[in-house]
Design a protein around this ligand. Structure first.
Ligand SMILES: [Zn+2]
Length: 318
């Protein structure tokens, strides 16, 4: 039913990490020589990239071959969807172990280096090919300002005339032409914390930007991906419907924030109480950051009074 032949396969390795995402795991992905979001070093990820015990076994099995030809995935590049701690924990370790080229968002190198404790070897912007792979960076800010997704394959372009055959100097050249449409043309998308199959993603102040988040969701919704692969939880086989569900969820929350203000809520706590009907124990800080993000968007759009400017000093430091 799908035309997988033209797209390299996406392999998911679930990693137990200290994350507040449901399930307590982050997904690392391997596709066409690219490793995305190595959140921690695990035996499963070692095996997937052909190092550690897995590599030793390979070496013992074929003594003439001390490289990784026998490994399931030979890693040439490492990238992250964003620099939150539950996505970056083993970037430097796998960079050392595999000698891969480390790639970061061009506008957020300092953030990347602070989170991973290594400097990127290469930088990418929207639409850039990742290394020599059939993967293209797609800027998808919102959950985090530095958020990137990775489009895999070339959306029905069976002749493969885009992005191939000009491996030399590809990064600078493809950055310069800035054809954003091409970036969202892939069959599948490794989408990080843009989307989840169930529930919703935190978009909280100060780093989260709801306006940007909604735009990113719309972009991915309209790009025609067959499947998207989130940073947490199972793959999403109905990308357009899931993106729309997440957009609707945000707009519904925005309406409850506005309702709360119309009914007299005059500070963040009052809005928080009124806009969430569920018990917030354990997640109140995230809910508060979310409410502040909503209020910032409404303030920027002139939909709530300027008195809110000083009330939005949320004190959240994440
Ligand atoms: Zn995150």
């Amino acid at each position: 039913m799908t035309e997988q032949a033209s797209s390299p396969a996406v392999t998911r390795v679930e990693i137990q990490v200290d994350t507040r995402a449901p399930g307590g795991t982050t997904n690392a992905y391997l596709v066409d020589g690219l490793l995305v979001d190595p959140a921690a070093r695990t035996d499963a990820l070692d095996a997937a990239v052909g190092i550690g015990d897995a590599a030793d076994k390979n070496a013992a099995d074929s003594d003439a071959d001390d490289h990784d030809a026998a490994s399931p995935h030979s890693i040439e590049t490492i990238a992250v969807t964003h620099a939150h701690p539950d996505h970056v924990g083993a970037v430097s370790e796998y960079a050392d172990l595999t000698d891969a080229t480390v790639v970061a968002h061009a506008n957020f190198c300092d953030r990347f280096a602070d989170a991973t404790e290594i400097e990127p070897d290469e930088i990418v912007c929207d639409g850039d090919q990742i290394g020599d792979s059939a993967v293209v960076a797609v800027e998808t800010p919102g959950h985090a300002a530095d958020h990137l997704a990775f489009a895999v394959g070339g959306g029905g372009d069976e002749s493969g005339d885009r992005g191939e055959g000009n491996a030399d100097g590809r990064t600078a050249d493809s950055a310069a032409d800035g054809t954003a449409d091409g970036a969202t043309d892939g069959h599948e998308l490794i989408c990080g914390d843009l989307a989840v199959a169930d529930g919703s993603v935190v978009v909280g102040a100060p780093d989260g930007d709801l306006d940007a988040y909604l735009a990113s969701l719309q972009r991915v919704r309209d790009a025609g991906y067959e499947r998207i692969h989130p940073g947490h939880g199972p793959p999403i086989d109905d990308p357009a419907a899931t993106c729309q569900r997440l957009i609707d969820h945000r707009l519904a929350r925005e309406r409850s924030v506005l309702d709360a203000i119309e009914r007299g809520a005059s500070d963040v706590d009052a809005v928080l109480d009124a806009a969430y009907e569920k018990d917030l124990s354990g997640v109140e800080d995230l809910a508060r950051a979310t409410v502040v993000a909503h209020l910032r968007k409404l303030l920027a759009e002139g939909r709530i009074g300027s008195a809110w400017t000083e009330r939005l000093d949320c004190g959240c430091e994440h």
